[in-house]
Design a protein around this ligand. Structure first.
Ligand SMILES: C[C@H](O)[C@H](O)[C@@H](O)C(=O)CO
Ligand SMILES: [Mn+2]
Length: 422
């Protein structure tokens, strides 16, 4: 009987030959995938609870379902879980933090007063693992966001509070970028919108425009901090109108050369963000993706091996966009082991990118150019049966990360030894 590693090597050797016949170098693809850094969202680990303990519901139209035991309830536990997840995901990745994960000790610091020092523990921890950090102001789960409006709020005082939060967060992002030597992407998503048909669609958008201009009025060196703006079609409680729609932010990002963030769950269910990338990148230098999976709505299910996931990866690789697109994950499932959720979603995105690196794109393009759509379709279908899994497992083995059939055992042990004791 072969040892597991011998089986993986043997399978890889066959896979390598099969890809070689299509003109694809699997070693080159493995090198390419090893260079990809995903930004893991901290909020999968604790259902976006954060550490403010302000007693506020999540709000903002976000909903978390499930009560799987073992949820992280302090920064130390969350970091421990992230370390575990990262040990099961091949490659060197990043962490995406929300502002409500500040550590303010015994002090009550409101969001408009947050300072870089409130994230020093995260920064020190990230440094010790060689991780980059990304950041998000938190425009929900707060008394001043209860009525569903923040930066577009009709009340000037409330608006100012949220403007100050945005300003504070950009400075925190800048500090993170400086401290860690890699730019921090600070993503602005706000929930503002109406449940029912508005009488005035215009004024809230004018207010949002003014607020954003104030938030972004200070120039920050993009070596340290890059601003992203995230659009959305609807949320729970903002079904009829979202101030920060796609058109709003597309225009804003182009005019102000901000990163546009496209979240897979933020469009009509039949609309796909994979088709938007090549258009958006004609007009802005960089983008942020929130790779997620909506089931019938923006439900933020764990990313699985869907057609859309594969289409996103293919677009990024075919268009040579990976140096212009930041890859974030955005899902939160409290009905399954939360660490496993990170691992499943992240590994799927990486697998999809590996699949894209293993595509004979030039051949497909040539068929297309010649009008030979039959050959294009036939090859696309043939590729679906190629031994991608063997290349993936071999890559995992090479970098010392458990293969597909092994990683879940690690999670089960972790659940028994750590999560179940919380
Ligand atoms: C928690 C995140 O900021 C949030 O998911 C946001 O990115 C979003 O997608 C809201 O629907
Ligand atoms: Mn998102």
């Amino acid at each position: 009987m072969l040892e597991l590693n011998e089986t993986l090597e043997a399978a890889y050797s066959v896979a390598r030959q099969m890809y070689e016949e299509l003109g694809i170098d699997t070693e080159a693809a493995i090198h390419q995938i090893s260079q990809i850094a995903l930004s893991l969202h901290c909020w999968q680990g604790d259902d976006i609870s954060g550490f403010e303990n302000n007693g506020e519901d999540i709000s903002g139209g976000l909903a978390i379902t499930g009560a799987y035991p073992g949820k992280a309830s302090c920064p130390e536990e969350l970091r421990e879980d992230i370390e575990k997840a990262m040990s099961l995901i091949p490659g060197q990745h990043r962490l995406n933090l929300h502002a409500n994960y500040a550590e303010t000790g015994n002090q009550k610091i409101d969001r408009n007063d947050l300072q870089p020092e409130h994230f020093q523990n995260w920064i020190d921890w990230a440094k010790s693992f060689g991780l980059g950090l990304d950041f998000n102001p938190t425009y929900f789960a707060h008394a001043k966001a209860k009525d569903g409006f923040t930066l577009a709020h009709p009340d000037q005082g409330i608006r100012q509070f949220w403007i100050d939060h945005g300003i504070a967060c950009r400075k925190i992002g800048e500090y993170m970028g400086k401290s860690l030597g890699t730019p921090c992407v600070t993503d602005f998503w706000i929930p503002d919108g109406f449940k029912d048909t508005p009488a005035d669609r215009k004024t809230p958008r004018l207010r949002l425009l003014d607020s954003l201009d104030e938030v972004f009025s200070e120039t920050i060196d993009p070596t340290f901090n890059k601003d992203a703006v995230e659009c959305k079609l609807f949320g729970i409680g903002s079904e009829s109108y979202v101030v920060g729609s796609h058109e709003f932010y597309l225009g804003y990002a182009i005019k102000n050369q901000k990163l546009l963030c496209l979240d897979s769950g933020h469009f009509h269910p039949t609309e796909s963000i994979s088709d938007k990338i090549s258009s958006v990148l004609l007009w802005v230098d960089e983008m942020l993706l929130h790779v997620s999976r909506g089931v019938r709505w923006d439900s933020d299910h764990v990313v699985t091996w869907t057609d859309e996931l594969q289409a996103i990866a293919l677009e990024l690789v075919r268009g040579n966009y990976l140096n212009r697109v930041h890859l974030g994950l955005d899902f939160f499932d409290a009905s399954i082991n939360r660490v496993a959720a990170w691992v499943i979603g992240s590994r799927n995105l990486l697998k999809a990118l590996l699949m894209a690196f293993l595509e004979p794109t030039q051949t497909l393009r040539q068929y297309e150019l010649e009008g030979d759509y039959t050959s294009r379709l036939a090859l696309m279908e043939q590729l679906k049966m190629m031994p991608l899994g063997a290349v993936w497992d071999y890559y995992c083995m090479k970098v010392g990360v458990p293969s597909e059939r092994e990683w879940l055992n690690e999670i089960k042990h972790y659940e028994q030894d750590v999560l179940s004791r919380r």
